[in-house]
Design a protein around this ligand. Structure first.
Ligand code: MD3
Ligand code: FE
Length: 217
């Protein structure tokens, strides 16, 4: 039954290197929600302040390093600046899901060092940007969407390239590799809707391989 809607939305190659796997994470949803609860109990969700202002999505991380931001810039760090402690380990179930998804898209060797967890309340979004802080261009980014849907737009390597808009739903996975790894993308403000597991919230998990020189002691 869980697979019904996923079946109606077939696996889609969105652009060179970008593979959309509708509903791929649905069988793991319960495990993923538990992992989010466990990680955020140790390293709470917070809204980073950047030079652009406060981010509307709340974030936390698990794995060997986590993404952080402050008015001086963006970086990966081994410890959570808020707790001073290492980020919690990446739960095996999350790592395995990310590796299976990457393999489906042709990346057999993917081994993520970090999982960034974004939480969007109604009205929260993410402006158009590129993901360039990893310094590991050969690895894809694996993204898992949970909870209420999001209107996601992505373009090309230039900010002004034409955009395609897709609706990312609960359990959808997208693998962004190859020529799509540095595509500009963003999330429109989340609409007020309801999901039985998350209420009004949307979560997005992004799994990333990071250049170890960036976070080794
Ligand atoms: C396309 N997150 O955390 S994930 C991010 O829904 C981020 O929370 C969004 O963008 C979210 O940086 C979208 C999808 C995603 C992630 C990385 C990409 C799309 C991408 C890298 C290249 C192209
Ligand atoms: Fe991004």
């Amino acid at each position: 039954m869980d697979d019904l809607f996923a079946r109606l939305r077939p696996r889609t190659v969105l652009a060179e290197g970008a593979v959309w796997l509708p509903g791929f994470a649905l069988p793991e949803a319960e495990t993923l929600h538990k992992a989010i609860t466990q990680v955020s109990a140790v390293t709470p969700f917070r809204h980073f302040r950047t030079r652009m202002g406060q981010m509307s999505a709340a974030m936390t991380s698990c794995g060997a390093c986590g993404w952080t931001a402050d008015p001086s810039g963006y970086r990966y760090s081994r410890t959570d600046p808020q707790t001073g402690q290492p980020w919690p380990d990446m739960p095996d179930a999350l790592r395995h899901l990310a590796r299976r998804a990457a393999a489906e898209a042709g990346y057999e060797a993917f081994d993520p060092a970090s999982c960034l967890i974004n939480r969007y309340a109604p009205g929260a979004g993410m402006g158009l940007h590129q993901d360039r802080d990893e310094e590991y261009p050969q690895a894809p980014v694996v993204s898992v969407s949970l909870g209420v849907p999001a209107r996601f737009s992505f373009g090309g390597l230039s900010r002004s390239d034409p955009k395609r808009i897709i609706e990312l739903m609960d359990g959808d996975v997208v693998v962004w590799g190859g020529a799509s790894r540095f595509a500009w993308h963003g999330v429109s403000p989340i609409r007020e809707t309801f999901h039985p597991q998350t209420g009004a919230m949307r979560y997005n998990l992004t799994f990333r391989a990071i250049n170890a020189a960036l976070f080794r002691p």
